[in-house]
Design a protein around this ligand. Sequence first.
Ligand code: PGA
Length: 247
Amino acid sequence: MNQLPMNQLETASGGKMSKIIVANWKMNGSNAFINTFFQKLTPKSPHKVVFCPPYPYLSVVSSHIKEYHYYLGAQDCHTNNAGAFTGDISAEMLIDIGCQYVILGHSERRQHHQETSDIVFKKSQMAIHTGLTPIICVGETLNDRNTKNHLDVVKQQLIQSIPQTTTPLIIAYEPVWAIGTGLTATLSDIVEMHQMITTHCQHKDKVLYGGSVTTDNASEILSQPNVDGVLVGGASLKPEMLNTIIE
Ligand code: PGA
């Protein structure tokens, strides 16, 4: 099993964890975009930076991030590792082309591809079995929060989406109403939710926040005690913004 990325979270100076910054490019990018992007990206960071471009660009992004010692992740994988599944991509293929991470159960997949927590559970199992570190996304809708069901909803997603494993996982808390909207959860809401998630996970697991993370809010979100990193969508497509967030 390839656990290298998680094992490397310890710094040389006494075991303090560095933060994890995941760039989720969603369905954006092109060869031309990637060339320009990496000309503007500031090299090297003490943090773990994971690039998750669309499948066709995984290899080209992989060749760009080598010099930065950054990591490669995909945005989904199938529950099976091979077979008659037209249009799908397996965890084994992702490992084969150099991925270490895979985002699973993103709310856009739960919403547009009817992915249930049960499917996310099976995908996570396969990812772990194959040697990928899954970044498992959970998060409540605005209605869940307004009706004060947010903690229960996310707790259920955790119970149903995360397989029993000793492998360290990454959980991304992404309130659905904060994704791509410019709205962000308050710091106390983030701390409250991360606290609940932490009690339901192994102590080795990492918990990220995602949802309209920008240069304006990244540093205060990242400075919260139980926030191990951020999952960044829109802002990760702007090299200047990503540089600032990473710094
Ligand atoms: P956003 O997306 O930063 O554009 O809100 C985050 C995500 O969906 O992972």
